[in-house]
Design a protein around this ligand. Structure first.
Ligand code: MLT
Length: 242
């Protein structure tokens, strides 16, 4: 039977259905949560505990003083945090072999709102091929569908996550899946701009905010396609790589 592949904007009701169907989930927050997580693992991070609130993050840090505390609010590093949410801050010299506590405005909130034992991948342009193929392989094995959830900005549509969804779908064999209309639209949009991702994504609302903060290099980095063969998985409240 063909695997169903769907893409949804973050919405509580829709997520419940996805969980009940046992879909393999891929959460995308290209700017910048997904890209930071992928680069953290590329540079040797051991595991990441995502939290919804700053106070949970501070509390965990008290409990685990050796963990690296990272994240953002309004794009900036919160008070007493070790790192912000610039993917480029997650350098080997800082995080190799370390465990992290991570909280961001939309990315970690989307992730922790998925309260289930479904497989949940974290995807972006940086790992689009690997995460697409792994999710497909797993969906085949378990005979379930795939659902790509766009974190967007506090639940609103965001261009970069929509294009990221298309990038991931472009790696799944099309003749073997039932792709939803919105999935087709994201694939078509991605195909149209795949050679100018940075230029197009720089026009997006979120990128403009980051540009105002002088974070152009974060956008450039996050727009690099298929740089890492890393598929972070969120399970039992922890992000790890498999
Ligand atoms: C988020 O999760 O809202 C972000 O990754 C925002 C950002 O730091 O660019």
């Amino acid at each position: 039977m063909a695997i169903s592949v769907n893409l949804i904007f973050f919405a509580r009701n829709a997520i419940k259905k996805v969980i009940d169907r046992r879909d393999i989930i891929i959460v995308i927050d290209v700017l910048r949560f997904s890209s930071s997580v992928i680069n953290a693992f590329a540079n040797g991070a051991k595991e990441i505990i995502p939290t919804k609130t700053l106070s949970e993050a501070y509390k965990l840090r008290k409990q685990y003083p050796n963990y690296v505390l990272a994240g953002e609010r309004k794009g900036l590093k919160p008070y007493r945090f070790d790192l912000g949410n610039s993917p480029l801050e997650f350098k080997e010299s800082v995080i190799k072999g370390k465990k992290l506590i991570f909280t961001t405005t939309s990315g970690t909130q989307t992730l922790v709102s998925i309260k289930s034992d479904n497989w949940v991948f974290i995807g972006g342009f940086l790992n689009a091929r690997t995460v697409g193929l792994k999710a497909y392989e797993m969906a085949r094995k378990e005979n379930v569908g795939i659902c790509i959830i766009l974190a967007g900005k506090k639940g609103a549509f965001s261009l970069e996550d929509f294009l990221g969804g298309g990038a991931i779908i472009s790696n799944i064999p099309l003749n073997e899946i039932n792709l939803s209309d919105i999935g087709i639209a994201s694939l078509m949009a991605f195909k149209q701009v795949e050679n100018s991702l940075f230029e197009i994504i720089s026009l997006s609302e979120h990128a403009k905010e980051l540009l105002k903060l002088g974070l152009e290099n974060d956008i450039k980095f996050s727009c690099m396609l298929n740089c890492f063969e890393i598929a972070p998985i969120y399970r039992d409240k922890i992000i790890k790589i498999i």
